[in-house]
Design a protein around this ligand. Structure first.
Ligand SMILES: NC(=O)c1ccc[n+]([C@@H]2O[C@H](COP(=O)([O-])OP(=O)(O)OC[C@H]3O[C@@H](n4cnc5c(N)ncnc54)[C@H](OP(=O)(O)O)[C@@H]3O)[C@@H](O)[C@H]2O)c1
Length: 240
């Protein structure tokens, strides 16, 4: 399968990339940077790992930046994983409109414009494709300081549900993976005390495994999940 993946350079995206490459798929990955760990993966899979440096903040130009030359209609897109995101954390009384819009560009507007182009590609090739968005447990449980970030992920969950409804008759599926807290760059500013509090809210009392999230994404992309659409799959150690 050909999979378009955002945020492939590190964290969860890098692990999704690794799992999909191990399964024999071809990746069209976008992110702004290309760290050593990603370069190592490129060296291991030179034929099947394609990369383009793209800043998704430029949500108005995703067609030009991604679909014109890099992942054009010559490529049959079988799956799209919308993983890249930024977190704008602050209390609501401090919210700044420019920072809010900047986060929405990456977390919501670019993914919607990418989905538009991915669907058009799937229609052109008559592909029964699979779309997977990465959300966050903060949508469902609430955490102080994450209201703006959670609102952007809530928007994605609604968008995915309606994508599933709109295109299901053509066999195109759309689902969301909802991870709990994982030890990545995104959560690196949390103190030990904050982490302990978060883990205490999970049934398994620990951080969510990045590998488990990546394996769930791979499952949803595969035919094994061909009766699953419009769903939110929680991979969160049983957070309450
Ligand atoms: N970490 C957690 O605890 C947690 C919990 C729940 C959900 N999530 C979600 O899981 C997903 C992955 O997060 P993560 O923890 O792996 O975060 P991360 O380590 O910060 O990685 C974020 C990825 O997104 C890319 N990215 C960010 N801004 C971008 C931009 N403007 N243009 C292009 N790419 C951009 C980054 O690449 P470059 O910097 O190279 O551009 C990177 O590859 C996100 O959707 C996040 O919201 C994370």
């Amino acid at each position: 399968m050909n999979i378009l993946l955002t945020g492939c350079s590190r964290g969860v995206g890098l692990e999704i990339c690794r799992v999909l490459l191990e399964q024999g798929h071809t990746i069209y990955g976008v992110a702004r940077s290309c760290p050593q760990e990603f370069k190592d993966l490129q060296a291991q899979y030179p034929e099947r790992l394609h990369y383009k440096s793209v800043d998704l903040s430029d949500s108005e130009h995703v067609k030009d930046n991604i679909f014109r030359d890099f992942c054009s209609n010559r490529v049959q897109i079988d799956g799209f994983v919308n993983n890249a995101a930024v977190a704008y954390d602050d209390i609501i009384t401090n919210v700044n409109i420019d920072r809010l819009k900047a986060m929405y560009d990456v977390n919501v507007f670019a993914p919607i414009m990418m989905t538009k182009n991915v669907l058009r590609n799937m229609l052109l090739h008559h592909t029964k494709g699979s779309i997977v968005h990465i959300s966050s447990i903060s949508v469902h449980t609430g955490y102080k300081g994450l209201a703006m970030y959670a609102s952007s992920k809530g928007a994605l969950e609604a968008f995915s549900k309606d994508t599933a409804r709109e295109w299901g008759s053509l066999g195109i599926r759309s689902n969301v993976v909802v991870p709990g807290f994982m030890p990545t760059a995104m959560s690196s500013t949390l103190s030990e005390e904050q982490r302990a509090k978060i883990y205490a809210r999970t049934s398994l009392k620990k951080a969510t495994s990045i590998r488990s999230v990546a394996e769930t994404v791979a499952f949803l992309l595969s035919d094994k999940a061909d009766s699953i659409t419009g769903q939110n799959i929680h991979v969160d150690n049983g957070t309450i």
